[in-house]
Design a protein around this ligand. Structure first.
Ligand SMILES: NC(=O)c1ccc[n+]([C@@H]2O[C@H](COP(=O)([O-])OP(=O)(O)OC[C@H]3O[C@@H](n4cnc5c(N)ncnc54)[C@H](OP(=O)(O)O)[C@@H]3O)[C@@H](O)[C@H]2O)c1
Length: 263
């Protein structure tokens, strides 16, 4: 029970990564508030958590809307008294982002992931930090991918968006850690259980002609373990990073690329 009684908001809590993190946090005793664009997705995860004996509420919150994020955080404070952990797991479909060579990419298409991921993370972190400062404690977390540090073709503005998040993690920590707030990211390897990876495959197979198995093998080949990641493996690390056991970790992104990227 490493997160017993911690009050947690997971943005994108109805998604694959956010849902797995929320379930794992709930198993460790946290009280969950799930926020997502569409209520139904977050509600399904909240119901799973409640059925397993945990505590979770769901709300429709657009993480790009400053007023909506602020109102929701205030409602969490009103109900639970504080916020201990804010976890940003939002993700947008790759359809409008991936698969187009940079020389053919429209400027709006290039900036869509940069504006979306950076804006959501900035708003969530800033508005949560304002509440955490009062308690001189808190953890702000986000999720990126290896695109932040690798030149991968046909990924448009996705890599710059992931790099922006990792840079923001460092800057947030530099300002907030003196006030007792840790800021940490996770950079997981691709997770085959998720629709996100299946969508990335669908987009690329039109260009490469690879099968789903060949696509996974091509990614796994670059890892030391010669395999990709599971949601459970990613969520286990998220639990540790959110817990007081990781009190020495801030201003950094945990490299979960399974050896693909050197530190
Ligand atoms: N899947 C992987 O293999 C993998 C690996 C490494 C890193 N990641 C990263 O993990 C993050 C999440 O990925 P995922 O696979 O979990 O994606 P996902 O299953 O599509 O989940 C994304 C979630 O974000 C929510 N969302 C999108 N825009 C939002 C907004 N404006 N306000 C509030 N919620 C919003 C969606 O809400 P609705 O459901 O309501 O639409 C959805 O629940 C992404 O940043 C991705 O890059 C994923």
């Amino acid at each position: 029970m490493s997160l017993k009684n911690k009050v947690v908001v997971v943005y994108g809590g109805g998604g694959a990564v956010g849902g797995a993190v929320a379930r794992a946090f709930a198993r460790e005793g946290a009280r969950l508030f799930l926020a997502g664009r569409r209520l139904g997705h977050s509600e399904a995860v909240a119901q799973d958590i409640a059925s397993a004996g945990g505590s979770a509420d769901a709300a429709a919150v657009d993480a790009l809307d400053e007023q909506a994020v602020d109102r929701h955080l205030q409602s969490v404070i009103d109900r639970a008294g504080r916020i201990d952990i804010a976890f940003n797991a939002i993700g947008i479909p790759g359809t409008n982002i991936l698969g187009v060579p940079l020389v053919e990419l429209q400027v709006e298409q290039f900036f869509l992931p940069i504006m979306t991921y950076a804006r959501a993370y900035f708003l969530i972190a800033r508005l949560a930090a304002r509440r955490m400062v009062a308690n001189h404690a808190g953890v702000i977390m986000t999720v990126t991918t290896q695109h932040s540090r690798m030149g991968l073709p046909l990924s448009g503005g996705y890599g710059p968006a992931m790099a922006a998040e990792e840079a923001l993690t460092r800057v947030l920590s530099a300002e907030l850690a003196p006030q007792g707030i840790r800021v940490v990211g996770l950079r997981p390897q691709a997770i085959p259980e998720t629709d996100t990876l299946k969508e990335a495959f669908e987009i690329r197979t039109k260009v490469t002609g690879m099968s789903w198995e060949q696509f996974q093998e091509s990614l796994a080949r670059n890892t030391h373990a010669r395999r990709l990641m599971t949601l459970a493996e990613m969520a286990n690390v998220a639990v540790f990073m959110a817990s007081d056991q990781a009190s020495g970790m801030t201003g950094t992104t945990v490299n979960l690329t399974m050896g693909t990227l050197d530190d």
